[in-house]
Design a binder for this molecule. Structure first.
Ligand code: 9D3
Length: 264
């Protein structure tokens, strides 16, 4: 996968290329990565890349000519690449879109700055992507998000133990709680089952943990992929356990509960 980022701030990408999974993917020949300064394609003594908006108003707009020249030069170096424009108006980036982009041969990632870019650049791009509903100062951080999410999906990019295999399924549920040593940290013990060596029990506990966390923290994910029969059984067993813990004796002094006393 050949990543070419077009930006007015290419120096932002040097430390990004140079660390962790991205660096390893470059070293292994899984990706190539370069950040190109759009300003290199501006003409004239001052290499101007922005101008005042037609129709008036405050702020500046990125001029089309330098951007178009930069995109065309990048396409010449990687003709099979898809061109992506980062903008708040784009399709919101998610795991299925990352997986789709990972199938291509290359990505030309166009980062806007100023208040926006000239609308006519739209004819040179294949897709417009936003990374979420909040306001950034430019597309650079969004480009890093996409490079990161796509790279880790490429075969060989992750270490052996780490795998992106079941990501699309896992994307609809949160990860179970995790613990490492020490066995007690600031009066908080590790759940006993994880120390038991009973792998079937550990597997059941992990599926329950993942499901309860999803239910409490991200119920929207359950609407996206409804509970399957196995998950319904896990939840029913959990409700039973909670009812056993929440007895009237355990709650003496808690005062009246909403919805009355828990049944026993
Ligand atoms: C002040 C101009 N804004 C009007 C409310 C529009 C605007 C233009 C350009 C707002 C932000 C930006 C810069 N943002 C991006 O280039 C960007 C972005 C984002 O802001 N949020 C989420 N995803 C992305 S991808 C690129």
């Amino acid at each position: 996968m050949q990543f070419t980022v077009l930006t007015l701030f290419p120096e932002l990408f040097a430390p990004f290329w140079d660390h962790s999974i991205i660096r390893r993917a470059i070293e292994r020949g899984i990706i190539t990565a370069s950040a190109v300064n759009i300003r290199d394609y501006a003409t004239g003594r001052h290499k101007v890349t922005d101008d005042r908006p037609y129709g008036g108003g405050c702020g500046m707009v990125m001029k089309p000519e330098p951007l178009a020249a930069a995109i065309r030069a990048a396409k010449e170096r990687c003709p099979a690449a898809e061109t992506v424009l980062f903008s708040p108006q784009g399709r919101v980036f998610d795991q299925p879109l990352a997986a789709a982009l990972a199938h291509g041969e290359g990505l030309i990632l166009v980062c806007g700055r100023y208040e926006g870019i000239d609308e006519r650049i739209g004819t040179l791009v294949d897709a417009e992507i936003s990374i979420g509903d909040y306001v950034l100062t430019g597309g650079e951080v969004a480009a890093m998000v996409v490079v990161d999410a796509v790279t880790r999906l490429l075969p060989g990019a992750l270490g052996g133990a780490d795998s992106a295999d079941n990501d699309s399924f896992a994307a609809d549920r949160l990860e179970h709680a995790q613990y490492t040593r020490p066995p007690v940290f600031e009066h908080q013990p590790v759940p006993e089952v994880l120390l038991s060596g009973d792998h079937a029990a550990i597997d059941r506990w992990r599926r329950e943990s993942a499901l309860i966390r999803t239910l409490l923290k991200r119920p929207d994910l359950l609407r996206h992929r409804p509970l399957d029969p196995e998950e319904i059984r896990i939840l029913q067993r959990w409700v039973t356990e909670v009812k056993e813990i929440v007895t009237t004796e355990n709650l003496s002094g808690a005062g009246p509960l909403p919805g009355g006393e828990p049944g026993r």
